[in-house]
Design a protein around this ligand. Structure first.
Ligand code: CTP
Length: 399
């Protein structure tokens, strides 16, 4: 998040999902936000203001007549002091109030008296969500420029399953951060590869590498936050799909190549972060290879895998291509050679060649003009900086 902490006014309304707002407040703060909680009267039946006060270190407001605010205008003061209002959970009743401009308690009043963006995460029973009145209200909110985050489908507190469940706090945080991020790639299509590939030897064995996929997933997330529509072609990794990203799981380099080639048309940017196996086994055994009595090792034959990045860069009308490289020495010289041999305008070289699995990294960007160093930072932060650097280099960049 930016150097100046973003100030989020977290509105909590009276649904059973209100208990999740405590985790939400916590997670927003972990991302550097200042959180001020305002609750409706019915929310206090599900979770107490004390919980939020203890978590946020800020007094919690519920009453439009709160005398703690000198001028007796908490609705004005609180919304002036915030950068954004996030209502989670938002009940059907609260959505109806927002849609019709009602202001009969503190939270609805300050939503009406705001000049800042409003995001709401609906939470209700599926019949309430499907009710034509709620459908109409949701459409009015969207038309008024209010961001609806969810809901999603799943098991509900009432025991039913269906649409109406609040999206989980990590997803609300992600959607909020995405909302706040500068839109470097608005309207662009970005294709990313990430993770290792797995090249089978027989049905139970194979060759892979230690790529965790973290950097590629962070880049996909950052591109999405920057306004792009993102396809992420992922090798076998144990990572959650970034919010709003289209993920396509593959195993082998050939599958990764096919998945990329099927989606590259119309892409504006291709970022090859995957650690693709250069070789695959040419004589894959259909059955598990057994030990032989004489203990002789099996003879594996190798075949060269397609170079996905070079293949995309060689297309007739290629997207802006970004490669990654791990070099152990002469970073700039080797990086520049690799960039040219792959035919790509930008190469990001990992500084320190063993970064697999780590949460931090440092990059040297190499293009035709020279180098730009992205100082050591978390992979998430580096990914955001890289996206900005890429956006500045796009052919139609106005900056
Ligand atoms: N790459 C690819 N397809 C391959 C091999 C690599 O798309 N079959 C991409 C990677 O995703 C990465 C870049 O090319 O963006 C890395 O190039 P590579 O030649 O594999 O370089 P290194 O991994 O640095 O290895 P080496 O220097 O040993 O060639």
């Amino acid at each position: 998040m930016a150097a100046k902490p973003v100030r989020i006014l977290l509105g909590v309304t009276g649904g059973v999902a209100a208990f999740k707002a405590a985790e939400l407040a916590r997670r927003l703060m972990e991302h550097g936000a200042q959180v001020q909680v305002v609750m409706t009267e019915s929310a206090t039946r599900f979770i107490t203001p004390a919980t939020f006060q203890a978590l946020t270190g800020e007094p919690v407001y519920t009453d439009a007549w709160d005398t703690r605010i000198d001028n007796l205008m908490p609705h004005i003061e609180l919304s002036r002091a915030a950068d954004l209002i996030l209502v989670a959970p938002a009940t059907a009743d609260f959505m109806a109030k927002l849609a019709h401009g009602l202001a009969d308690d503190l939270l609805s009043t300050l939503c009406l008296a705001r000049e800042i963006p409003l995001l709401v995460a609906p939470a209700m029973n599926r019949q309430m969500w499907e009710n034509p009145a709620t459908r109409r209200n949701a459409a009015i909110l969207a038309g008024d420029g209010i961001e609806l985050l969810g809901p999603t489908a799943g098991l509900q507190a009432c025991g039913e399953t269906g649409l109406g469940r609040m999206i989980e706090p990590p997803e609300i945080v992600e959607a909020t951060l995405a909302f706040l991020a500068p839109k470097w790639l608005a309207g662009k299509r970005v294709l990313v590869t990430a993770g290792p590939t797995y090249e089978p030897i027989d049905p139970v064995r194979g060759i892979t590498n230690r790529s965790s996929g973290k950097m590629g997933f962070e880049i996909a997330r950052a591109a999405r936050r920057a306004g792009a529509s993102v396809d992420l072609v992922a090798g076998p990794v144990a990572l959650a799909t970034p919010w709003g990203v289209q993920r396509h799981d593959v195993r082998t380099a050939i599958e990764m190549n096919d998945a990329v080639m099927a989606r590259v048309a119309g892409a504006d940017v291709f970022i090859a972060v995957a650690a693709v196996a250069d070789w695959r086994i040419a004589n894959v055994s259909g059955q598990k290879i057994k030990k032989t009595p004489d203990g002789a090792p099996p003879a594996l034959e190798f075949a060269l895998n397609p170079d996905i990045l070079a293949g995309v860069a060689a297309l007739a009308d290629p997207p802006y291509c970004v490669g990654f490289a791990a070099e152990s020495e002469a970073l700039e010289e080797h990086g520049q050679k690799k960039r040219i041999s792959k035919g790509v305008p930008l190469l990001a070289a990992n500084i320190g060649h063993q970064t697999f699995g780590l949460d931090e990294n440092e990059l040297l960007l190499i293009d035709e003009k020279g180098t730009t160093r992205l100082e050591r930072a978390s992979k998430a932060e580096l990914a955001a900086r890289l996206i900005e650097e890429i956006a500045r280099r796009l052919p139609d960049a106005s900056r």
